[in-house]
Write a protein that binds this ligand. Structure first.
Ligand code: C5P
Length: 284
């Protein structure tokens, strides 16, 4: 069974404070986007879980979140099976785009269908929350305000679809590192890190503060994007290192990407995509 596993951006991410369990309470608007991996799940008799991926940087062992998803599904349902999970990777890693969480959610949805366990979105969300804070969002694959550590999902229709350009330098950012350094971090002098109002959401990310202090190219990309024609807002997604620009309808995304490469060098990863309202999980 083959599923589309979309990436996400956080149009708004505010950290409300640190919790006794070490996580941080959030208020974040997460939105699925048209950039997606394909995840194929094949089951047979046995107990082994195998992951194959066309990107050699993806860990294939038990540390892979998609493999862990299959094990958690087996644990919760009592079903014994072998699984081969094949991932066609387009979402970069260490990027703040939720690729690993989305792959894991796709595996849970696929297994629920294959075994007709009918756990439903809420049952799958509960298993997903054990795998990562973002996984429940990817079970729904719909724009949502997420709270708690991110696992409490309130679906919400976007009033408009947004054309986006994503820009990622070659390095990634470790999510635990970004959260750990949030409390002690300070705004960079001279950088406007305030909210950018789209009318129905204020584009903002609390995690820019610690991440921008360490990776100075990211605030440079943000400031540069905000001076470009056709850009309504620019911010970092999740814990980075991907920066996104929200474009006006009909803006020249190709031109923006060409100028970004000229300015920040040819190693910058770039893609034009758009927000998605609702995702049908099955791609065929
Ligand atoms: O839940 P997830 O595996 O995505 O979280 C990775 C790490 O990011 C956590 O171990 C924690 O250090 C940090 N985190 C956090 N608060 C959140 C989400 C993640 O501190 N709401």
């Amino acid at each position: 069974m083959k599923l589309r596993a979309p990436a996400k951006v956080n149009l708004h991410l505010r950290i409300c404070g640190k919790r006794p369990d070490g996580f941080h309470d959030l208020e974040t608007l997460m939105v699925p986007i048209s950039l997606a991996d394909d995840v194929t799940v094949e089951t047979s008799i046995g107990r082994t879980v195998r992951v194959e991926c066309d990107n050699p940087d993806v860990p294939l062992g038990e540390k892979n979140l998609a493999a862990m998803a299959a094990h958690r599904f087996s644990h919760h349902t009592g079903l014994e099976f072998a699984a081969k999970i094949t991932i066609a990777k387009r979402i970069p890693m260490g990027a703040g785009l939720g690729g690993g969480s989305s792959n894991a959610a796709a595996v849970l949805s696929a297994l629920d269908t294959i075994f007709e366990t009918r756990l439903g979105a809420s049952g799958l969300e509960r298993i997903g929350a054990e795998l990562g804070s973002d996984v429940p969002f990817f079970i729904r694959r719909h724009p949502a305000w997420c709270r708690g550590r991110g696992e409490q999902v309130d679906v919400w229709d976007l009033p408009e679809q947004l054309p986006l350009v994503l820009l990622k330098p070659v390095f990634g950012v470790e999510t635990p590192w970004a959260y750990k350094n949030w409390a002690a971090s300070k705004d960079l002098p001279g950088l406007d890190s305030g909210e950018q109002d789209l009318g129905w959401v204020k584009v903002f990310n609390s995690l820019e503060r610690p991440v921008f202090e360490k990776y100075l190219v990211l605030p440079a990309i943000k400031q540069w994007l905000r001076t470009q024609p056709g850009v309504r807002a620019a911010a970092m997604s999740g814990s980075g290192s991907t920066m996104f620009a929200v474009l006006e309808n009909g803006a020249d995304a190709e031109g923006l990407m060409a100028r970004a490469k000229e300015t920040f060098g040819p190693s910058l990863w770039l893609v034009a995509c758009e927000t998605e309202q609702a995702q049908t999980p099955r791609s065929n």
